[in-house]
Ligand binder design. Structure first.
Ligand code: FAD
Length: 863
């Protein structure tokens, strides 16, 4: 028996090795187009990033070893160009010498893999634009980085390989920008899970654009200009194309083998193609997904290897062993995060008519009381009819892979969410909790399946009508103050029983807490007190907040400049060298700041984003350290607040947290509370903040207390969008404890007009202006794309959908929040506007009133 195998890497090499073990006398020949067999494709990005330092480590086997150990013949640089199925021969061409010959076979195995997609975009073949699949491509990228020392790279496509390359180039000191056409990175997971990756990439200073594709590449010298479909232009020195792959189906197609709808080679359950003497395995085959039953190509090494074994068994023992398909279990390291998934995603199930439900749970990687517990989020997808586990996704810093592997075993074995509750796991505090995150996911899913709890997803409350639905935040008032869902009321779980009369039986009640546990308790209280329509927000405020905030990270490098000290700063500075002048690693941004920070005890080695361009001049102070690792938002902030209470003003506190949102939270919290953020460092997955207790007011960087606690805004424009922006800023500043004065001049006065104005006597010019100006706020137009009022109407409906306050509501909140609204007397006279025409609560003042407040302000905006 002679078996010829086309392709000598994952599927091909495994088939050959298994064949030899079970068929000592078979003649086995591998024909490989490239120069290597059985190499570690999955390790290629890490070799470029120098995580794998030695090139030889990539090669699991060599042709010589294969011959010596397995008596398998390998011909490299040998491309199979055609298959003559009648004569049972393949035509082969040596890619180095062009020599051609024929090889006969009894059985042929196709394992040609997949090729990177390269769409016909202008300039795509320019030098410096790479794809990554093979060893030569890896060598080309590595030597480009080693020798040309690129400063900036653009990675097009944010799948697994794109993100791995982004991380590895970043590790090599290259500034990385990712461009992704979809609304999220890593299409295999659902949006809210990808949102966690987006927020993590932001903490790593990776620039990325979402929902934007590349329309052209233009090379000029060392620079490639990448023009996006939005018109945005990005300059880089190199580009990695990782838009996706497609099966290498040409050979099979030209041999008249059946090709499936996905472009993959069709095989039966024994991995035979439409010709029973030709088998096919790996990235090139199409097979029904065990859950969705949709024809699917699985571009993963594990399935290719397993298929190789089944294929060899069937060749030797006859077609008996069935392949059941792959559920697509995968994991990827994205900087400090691990993202993993198995089975069907919500997105893929939406394309079928399979009913499903999802729950999101937030747990810790191990017992919270044992150091360094890290947050871990699981999305569980199951059938509401049978409880069958259909899929799962997990994102976190530790132990993500083992949780997904457990879930994958249950999916694979057609298990249910009840099986998740029963999984018996190895437990000791450093590894897990007595109830593992997988058990917790099972408990929550079971509650929903048994209809003991009803979950609502973050997306479903986005456009809700607050007249029909009430959002109840059951966290503590302190947590509520730090941020909540717009329009929600705060009734902590422990007060709920006494405040039931505040809730309407006629409305749907959506309760939420940080992660869903207290809300579950609240839901049960409400249900047992007769409220019928009660829902728990799945994943709580944590999921909601991560998902509804801005996802892309654009224009990150636009304001970069290199200071005279050779460190990189971010802001506009006259005379500074432009971006292209620097040659430092991205991580130096933080290091640069810390180098200038003189707070030796506290800020040593820490990045100080807040005041990067101004060195601190501080004396040595003692620092107290508290460990908030394992606590989830807002636990670290609450701990910070409590710990600072025990310290005297001027003392410093160093807090270590593992909650990924802590970095952002601590900056805002310090600004809001008058404490000073001395240092903020990210150490892997940990965030370390050093905070100095302030006397109550904001501190200047020199340490002198500032009395500037006002903000003034001059509102000159009557454009609807500008009016909205000014009110958002004013209300935000007021809620952060600022005294805010809004000074309305000229066209801006239109914002203050009453809906039903009294009749007032006006002179001719006053009457003319009255006719020309908007009569009320309702008539304001957009500054751009107004389209005769359609744009403004669209904006209003979008705001309603997203539950954003209307202009009227924002104005009401401003008045309630103590914002001073001052109408400029001089402008009123000029435009013929009388005081009676303005809404209640507006003061009429002159420039002196404005100047008085402006002098007390450290924020003064003209809109
Ligand atoms: P391949 O391993 O690609 O082998 C196909 C071989 O066939 C190639 O060497 C090709 O030269 C040869 N060939 C093609 N046509 C011909 C012809 N006509 N004649 C002769 N030879 C031919 N998967 C994971 O599960 N986890 C990961 O972390 C992971 N990371 C990856 C990272 C990178 C950079 C890449 C490129 C892939 C990664 N994968 C990963 C995917 C995984 O490598 C593939 O799923 C797996 O290698 C598929 O095996 P295969 O045998 O089908 O194809």
């Amino acid at each position: 028996m002679k078996v010829v195998i086309v392709g000598g890497v994952a599927g091909g090499a495994t088939t050959a090795a298994r064949l030899r073990r079970i068929a000592e006398h078979a003649e086995i020949l591998i024909l490989e187009r490239g120069g290597h067999i059985s190499y570690a494709n999955c390790g290629l990005p890490y070799y470029i990033g120098e995580v794998i330092p030695e090139r030889e480590r990539l090669f699991v086997q060599t042709p010589e070893n294969f011959k010596r150990s397995f008596n398998i013949d390998v011909k490299i640089h040998s491309e199979v160009t055609a298959v003559d199925r009648e004569r049972k021969i393949v035509h082969v061409r040596n890619t180095e010498t062009d020599e051609t010959w024929e090889e006969p076979y009894d059985t042929l195995v196709l394992s040609p893999g997949a090729e990177p997609i390269k769409p016909p975009i202008p300039g795509i073949n320019s030098e410096g634009i790479f794809t990554l699949r093979s060893v030569p491509e890896t060598d080309a990228i590595k030597s480009f980085v080693d020798e040309r020392r690129p400063k900036k790279a653009v990675v097009v496509g944010a799948g697994f390989i794109g993100l791995e390359m982004a991380e590895n180039l970043h590790e090599r000191g290259v500034f990385v920008t990712i461009v992704e056409m979809a609304e999220q990175v890593m299409n295999v997971v659902d949006y809210e899970m990808a949102a966690m990756v987006h927020q993590h990439l932001k903490t790593k200073n990776v620039e990325f654009y979402l929902q934007d594709g590349v329309s052209s590449f233009a090379k000029d010298g060392d620079t490639i200009t990448i023009t996006l479909q939005s018109g945005k232009q990005i300059e880089a020195n190199m580009v990695i194309l990782s838009i996706g792959v497609r099966p290498e189906g040409k050979l099979a197609k030209e041999s008249d083998l059946s090709i499936g709808t996905t472009g993959g080679i069709k095989v039966n359950e024994y991995l035979q193609t439409s010709d029973p003497d030709i088998y096919a395995v790996g990235d090139a085959i199409e097979f029904a997904h065990p859950i969705t039953k949709q024809p699917t190509i699985t571009y993963l090494a594990g399935p290719a290897n397993k298929q190789g074994r089944i294929c060899a068994n069937n060749i030797v023992f006859g077609p008996k062993e069935e392949y059941e398909g792959a559920i697509g279990t995968a994991a990827a390291k994205i900087f400090d995060l691990t993202v993993a998934s198995t089975g069907a995603s919500e997105k893929s199930l939406m394309r079928t008519d399979i009913p499903f439900k999802t729950v999101i749970t937030h747990s810790s990687s191990h017992a919270g009381y044992y150091p360094d517990a890290m947050p871990l989020t699981i999305k569980t997808i199951f059938s509401p009819e049978t409880g069958a586990l259909l899929g799962a996704q997990a994102v976190g810093y530790e132990g993500v892979d083992k949780r997904i592997d457990l879930m994958a075993t249950v999916v694979r074995k057609h298990g249910t969410i009840h099986d998740l509750t029963e999984i018996e796991h190895a437990y000791a505090p450093p590894y897990s909790s007595a109830k593992d995150p997988v058990n917790i996911a099972g408990f929550v899913a079971e509650n929903v399946y048994e209809k003991r709890s009803r979950h609502i997803q973050w997306r479903e409350i986005m456009g809700c009508d607050l007249n029909e639905l009430a959002l109840i935040d059951v966290r503590t008032p302190e947590e509520f103050e730090l941020g909540t869902i717009e329009g929600s009321v705060n009734i902590p779980t422990y007060e709920l029983r006494d405040r039931l009369d505040e809730l309407s039986q006629d409305k749907t009640l959506v309760v939420f807490c940080g992660v869903g546990l207290r809300a579950y308790h609240a839901e049960q209280i409400l249900l047992q007190h007769g409220f019928e329509s009660v829902y728990n927000l799945s994943g709580g405020y944590k999921t909601y907040e991560t998902t509804v905030q801005k996802q892309a990270n654009e224009d990150l490098w636009e304001r970069d400049y290199v200071g005279n000290d050779d460190n990189i700063y971010q802001s506009e500075v006259e005379g500074a060298r432009s971006f292209s002048g620097h040659a430092a690693a991205p991580t130096r941004q933080g290091a640069a700041a810390s180098a200038t920070a003189g707070a030796a005890t506290a800020a040593e080695g820490a990045g100080l984003a807040a005041s990067a361009s101004k060195p601190l001049n501080r004396t040595q102070v003692e620092v107290t350290t508290v460990d908030a690792s394992g606590l989830q938002c807002p636990g670290p902030i609450m701990k910070l607040k409590k710990s600072l209470e025990a310290l005297a003003p001027g003392a410093q506190l160093r807090e270590i947290a593992t909650d990924p949102g802590f970095g952002c939270d601590v900056e805002s919290w310090c600004r809001m509370t008058g404490n000073q953020l001395i240092a903020l460092e990210r150490d892997g997955a940990k965030t370390v903040a050093v905070v100095e207790k302030g006397p109550g007011a904001a501190q200047s960087t020199e340490g002198a207390p500032l009395v500037l606690k006002e903000s003034t805004l001059v509102v000159f424009s009557d454009d609807m969008d500008r009016a909205l922006a000014s009110l958002v800023l004013a209300n935000g500043a007021a809620s952060a404890g600022k005294e805010v004065t809004m000074f309305f001049t000229f066209w801006g006065l239109s914002l203050l007009k009453k809906d039903h104005k009294p009749k007032v006597r006006k002179d001719f010019m006053g009457r003319m202006f009255s006719r020309m100006l908007p009569k009320t706020r309702k008539q304001l137009k957009l500054s751009k794309m107004n389209f005769g009022g359609m744009g403004a109407a669209m904006m209003k409906s979008r705001m309603k959908q997203l539950n954003v306050d209307s202009l009227d509501q924002m104005l009401e909140h401003a008045v309630e929040g103590g914002v001073r609204l001052v109408a400029c007397q001089m402008s009123m006279d000029m435009m013929g506007i009388a005081a009676e025409e303005l809404i209640d609560g507006v003061e009429v003042g002159g420039v002196a009133t404005y100047m008085e407040h402006a002098a007390q302000s450290n924020v003064n905006l003209f809109i």
